[in-house]
Design a protein around this ligand. Structure first.
Ligand SMILES: [Zn+2]
Length: 67
């Protein structure tokens, strides 16, 4: 269905764009987790940290890849 939709996740605390992906899978989850743990070590994350729990610490917006 046309262009790939990309999602950009930026950290809520430092506003750095951490990852961009068409979907957030295990690799993205790991990247986001690593970031939030070093950025905000006091953050309490659910155990196990699911993607939804982790994404609460990020602002996700949709972007489109240019053709
Ligand atoms: Zn951060």
């Amino acid at each position: 269905m046309g262009k790939d939709r990309l999602f950009l996740a930026s950290c809520r605390y430092c506003h750095i764009p951490v990852t961009i992906a068409t979907r957030f899978g295990p690799e993205e989850l790991e990247t986001l987790l690593t970031h939030v743990r070093s950025c905000k070590p006091t953050t309490r994350l659910p155990e196990p940290p699911g993607i939804e729990g982790v994404l609460k610490h990020f602002e996700v917006r949709r972007t489109e890849e240019r053709e």
